[in-house]
Ligand binder design. Structure first.
Ligand code: GLU
Length: 448
């Protein structure tokens, strides 16, 4: 079955899952040259097989709020592909979570995880639970209840969840506690655990830092450097603030962060003390806008950061945050590099627009793979029951991000997608990730 026939099937079956269709098409439109070179992929229907998860678990979560009222939420775990290792991918708690969103994230995760070069398959899960405004006790009760439902489907060598939007160290710890309580196992079934009880140093920083390491390689490939570059970051979560932190550490000037309420613009750039303040503020769930009373700068209510003139954009909030109009604004405002800190932050039209305008564009599955890479390093530390230092993990992360960059650039070149120095990272990353998974499936025959 050809790729286009497989897409038609996905569209017919899953017309009600737009994010999933979008993610599938983004891979499909770039891997045809690889398919042409490997007729066995078509014979074995590799693409069609990879568009259907191995299985999806759906469950109900009952929990009690602080008023003693029963609350009901839905939960899922999508086990997409374990061709390369245990299913691996985060849990997202957000009211927008549904099967389409989790299937898009799980599908992306297969190729992202393959790109790391580490032995991890792809999965994703979560709930439509909204953590916003919930007390710590409510979060704890929800996490316990969620894991009570999830635990039969996960284990350290079979499926290893982690965090994502709405799930950080606190939530992972509550879920890990329930898992241990139910199974008496201490193998490390979740990653992103607290340092001191199985977590890896640098896991918190890894996604944001990794995205900036990837950016450094992109700049180097164009004989340029990060020093003095003006950077726009969207979002103010874990990925955004650590991307801002690393970019600032390496000499860039980070001009913005944002949240659902608006954009914070500081023409002087976010120095480390400002970033520390932002981290503390977000951790307490307080408004970003209060920044201007302390440090100055501008608060732009209900605006995204793309109206600001800059060199580099690191969209790190959520899927489809950058529309075609935003992409036009970015190009008008001088953006030359886009590095996706979030998963699929650019719409399909936005991607087309920036690629047509030769903006160097790093897709999330390559640029934000640092988080899951350090998760895999956490798994290996749990297995050998020994810990690495911050410096060791950081060095390993740098090497992994450089390898992802270099292999994507090499595939772009090899499959004729590099044009006059413009590297097609989207094509390159999809080709490398897809090929690794496809070759494993070919070797396995028709299982998996
Ligand atoms: N949620 C993260 C991602 O999108 C991390 C997943 C993990 O560490 O398993 O890659």
């Amino acid at each position: 079955m050809s790729i286009s026939q497989a897409i038609e099937k996905v569209e017919a079956h899953y017309a009600h899952q737009p994010e999933f269709i979008q993610a599938v098409k983004e891979v499909a439109i770039t891997i045809q040259p690889l398919y042409d070179a490997h007729p066995e992929y078509e014979t074995l229907k590799i693409f069609e097989r990879l568009t259907e998860p191995d299985r999806i678990f759906t469950f109900r979560i009952n929990w009690e709020n602080d008023k003693g009222e029963i609350q009901v939420n839905r939960g899922w775990r999508v086990q997409f592909s374990n061709a390369l290792g245990p299913y691996k991918g985060g849990l997202r708690f957000h009211p927008t979570v549904n099967q389409s969103v989790l299937k898009f994230l799980g599908f992306e995760q297969i190729f992202k995880n393959a790109l790391t070069g580490l032995p991890i398959g792809g999965g994703k899960g979560g709930s439509d639970f909204d953590p916003k405004g919930k007390s710590d006790s409510e979060i704890r009760r929800f996490c316990y209840a969620f894991m009570r439902e999830l635990y039969p489907y996960v284990s350290k060598d079979m499926d290893v969840p982690a965090g994502d939007i709405g799930v950080g160290g606190r939530e992972v710890s509550y879920m890990y506690a329930m898992y241990k309580n139910l199974t008496r196992e201490s193998g490390g079934v979740l990653t992103g655990k607290g340092v001191g009880f199985g977590g890896s140093l640098m896991r918190t920083e890894a996604t944001g830092y990794g995205a900036v390491y990837f950016l450094e390689s992109m700049l180097e490939a164009q004989n340029d450097s990060i020093e003095g570059k003006r950077v726009l970051v969207s979002g103010a979560g874990n990925v955004s603030l650590h991307a801002a932190e690393k970019a600032n550490m390496l000499g860039a000037v980070v001009l913005s962060v944002s949240d659902s309420q608006g954009t914070l613009y500081d023409t002087k750039g976010f120095s480390q003390d400002k970033i520390d303040w932002l981290k503390a503020q977000k951790e307490q769930g307080k408004p970003l806008a209060e920044y201007v009373e302390i440090f100055g700068g501008e608060w732009h209510a209900k605006q995204k950061p793309w109206f600001i003139k800059a060199d580099i954009a690191i969209p790190s909030a959520t899927q489809n945050e950058v529309t075609e109009d935003d992409a036009k604004l970015m190009v008008e405002n001088g953006i030359k590099y886009i590095v996706e800190g979030a998963n699929m932050p650019l719409t399909a039209d936005a991607i087309d627009y920036v690629r047509e305008h030769r903006v160097h564009y790093a897709p999330g599955k390559a640029a934000n793979a640092g988080g899951v890479a350090v998760s895999a390093i956490e798994m290996s530390q749990n297995s050998v029951r020994q810990y690495k230092t911050f410096e060791e993990v950081d060095a390993q992360l740098k090497t992994i991000m450089k390898n992802i960059h270099d292999s994507a650039a090499a595939a772009s070149e090899c499959y004729g997608q590099t044009d006059n120095g413009y590297i097609d990272y989207m094509a390159g990353a999809n080709i490398v990730g897809f090929k690794r998974v496809a070759d494993a499936l070919v070797a396995y025959g028709i299982l998996n």
